[in-house]
Design a protein. Sequence first.
Length: 506
Amino acid sequence: MAMTGDNELEARIAALESENAALRAGLEQAEASGGADAAASAGSRPKRHWGRSFTAVVLIVVGLLLAPVAVISAWARLELADTERFVATFAPLVEQPAVQAYIGDEVTAAIEEQVDIPALTADVFDGIRSLGLPPKADTALGLLEGPATQGIQSLVSDVVDRLVESPAFADIWANTLRITHTQFVAAMQGDPDAALAVGSDGTISVQLGPIVDSVKQRLIDQGVGFAQAIPEVDKSIVIAQDDAFGLIRTIYALAIGVGTWLPWIMLAFLVLGVVLARNKVRALVWTAGGFALSMVILASGVGIGRWYFVGAVSPSVMPAGAAEAIYSGLIEIMMSTVVALIVLGVLVAIVAWFSGPWRPARALRGFAESGFRAVRGAAAAHGITTGRFGIWLDRWRVIAYIAIAVIASLVVLFSRPVSAGLVFTTLLLALLALLIVELLRRPEAEVAAAAAAAAGGAEAEVDVVTEVDESVLVVVGADGTAEVEAVVDEVDVESSSRPDTARPAD
């Protein structure tokens, strides 16, 4: 009996070896016959892939080179076209002590330039002397002239400083900035209601229409009846002419156009480059990392620009402290945007790497998936499931992931100004949404396993043994597992150890 079993096993092994040899021979023949076709296709396929990859690389590189220019142009467009943004940038400068001191000194100097305080003081004292004072009084009066002049100058300086440091001056400063910027934008855009108009030939004209309308309204308010008869006036007077004014208007229009469209063009280049890439995940990782690096370079350039600006304007134009404060206020919003974009690029690179084919990324995804599976299993064991909704959500989970990513991207793209806090908040909310999707969805494998477990619990926990032939048995356990056993001379050799498996009786 044992000899018969050994002979049968040897025969089966020999049959398997012969089948393997036949398969190897067929495979070698197929490779030999298809070698020429494979070589021909291999000659054209890399060319197509090479051209596509080259195009993707060019698009991504151009997009990354445009990124710093796009950020600067978008910032310049907002400062030039948005009056409230302009006021929000420059109005807080008047609260800086260095700027207040600079404005106070300039206002005091302007007053003293227009009003000769020493000459006025001398005239007053000369008038007193003309009254015929005694010699001693005249001498004493001469001693008071210098301190009086200094006292008046000090009084003017103190009044100016108190005014500049008062909240009322902050309101005056903001209103002045608002009016100035509004008139500038209106002049650059050719608004017919603007007080100033810049012609294509470089002429600056004052439009009399708004002035006449203002005078007409004041006369009416004061009860002057004939003011109702004043017609609308469409007339302007030229007050200056310079070719540079026309150039300024052209540069303004160019800055507005570039600042509006260049960010979207840059984004389109980056997206197309990633879409055309053969390995899209790898391309997204490199693109996001390159974008963050370009923003770091831009931030470094802005820092270098601070040194250049301060060195260029101080002390000839303004003190170094005032120059520092003005430059910091000017770039504050742009720098917050740059920092936010750096954070966004790094986070996108990390998320793309996490979803990639690399071994550490796969291990982390497997770890996370096992955690979610354990939570869902524990909830199901206590009767907490999402039912049909969970099955439906699992079926459409990819669409849910894409929707979350698109919504988060739109929030960051259309929020102005972009800040690091906004990016972090949006990312946390997106991760929370992904966490909810993972906990609520019910994969079909888990549903099938739960159904099998429920069915197995209702039946008797016995193994079912099926005899394939006289030497091979298939054992199906109560838990749904199947095992194959080979029976040789009434001694079984199992493919996997099952000490509790019942054997059929002889």
